[in-house]
Ligand binder design. Sequence first.
Ligand SMILES: Nc1ncnc2c1ncn2[C@@H]1O[C@H](COP(=O)(O)OP(=O)(O)OP(=O)(O)O)[C@@H](O)[C@H]1O
Ligand SMILES: [Mg+2]
Length: 374
Amino acid sequence: MPNNIAFPLRSRTKASDSRVDPARILEALPQAIVAIDGALAIRYVNAKAEEFFYASASTLLNSELSELIPSDSPVFSLIRQVLRTAAPVAEHGLMLQGRRIGERDVLIQATPLGDPPDLVIVAFQERSIADRLDQQWNRRGAVQSARAMAAMLAHEVRNPLSGIRGAAQLLEQSANDEDRELTRLICDETDRIKALVDRMEVFSDDMPLEREAVNIHTVLDQARRVAVASYARHVAFVERYDPSLPSVLGNREQLVRLFTNLIKNAAEAITRGSGAIVLSTAYQSGLRLSLPNGNGRAHLPLVVSVEDNGEGIPEAIRPHIFDAFVSGKQSGTGLGLALVAKIVGEHGGLIELENLPRRTIFRVFLPMAERSNE
Ligand SMILES: Nc1ncnc2c1ncn2[C@@H]1O[C@H](COP(=O)(O)OP(=O)(O)OP(=O)(O)O)[C@@H](O)[C@H]1O
Ligand SMILES: [Mg+2]
């Protein structure tokens, strides 16, 4: 939701003429607002909703939502969830498809009304395809530049580095204790640079991935177990898995790498208090996304999220966190998310970040393996 909507609700100087009719506000909102009842019938639409669904209010008010949006769309599960839990939900990056509305990329917010809720207020806001592609292209650009950098480092740095280390080792043989401390320092520091160059090396590899049907829950389990044994000892894990989730079409090793990096970042963001990482998986049949490489559309129904309640992403680096060498940590190399973006891209998937107060959610959308391959 944009947070720049300002309503000119001034103080009430004259009680009689300064009241603002709430209906006028609803009509002026840039989001399409629709009220849905428990039977999923439409009970209210604002002006923007008429535009959004290409129909007049009177037509819409005599319709069921399923006449506008196919009933397997995730919008319905959102609405049912709101009716059941009485808690608002927001979902972004949803592709709505329907005879009447065509194909629309939207942000959706659903809010309960009444206690228990008898209505759900759904706000649809279209997100331009251009925005989305731009964002993905930028990430691809970041991956490309990391790749070029990795190739350059391997050539220009690794060889002289082993020369320096070898020379320091030779000197060490005839050095006194004091000098030996210095030759040790040279070796340790060159080792550190070599480790960084090695980490960069994965970027220079542009071989196509070998992919097969992979159970994402075993991938998450492996990433979680490694985390619990080391950098996430201080963190509680919550697993919200859809046990019937179909397999991902993916490369197991790379997927473990991807989620290890997301979990490590989440654990590092939890520096105090009772931190928790929520790992969840879900199936969203209606999610179809445009691919940035001009390859048309991808069906990415498997959604895997890593959520934490840590510090959040520093605002200054938020637009660039998928770029290599962007880090908000003192000793971070800033390569984790660049690698994540590379792996997601190689899977034809998509990654989105939702940044809420004390809730940071990375959502990865992945393709499904054909059932016959499972
Ligand atoms: N879950 C998160 N919560 C808060 N900040 C995050 C989170 N994930 C990433 N970040 C921010 O994004 C930056 C970039 O992350 P990235 O994984 O690319 O690098 P890094 O963690 O700093 O270093 P590396 O992963 O190479 O050790 C982090 O330094 C951190 O500031
Ligand atoms: Mg990291």
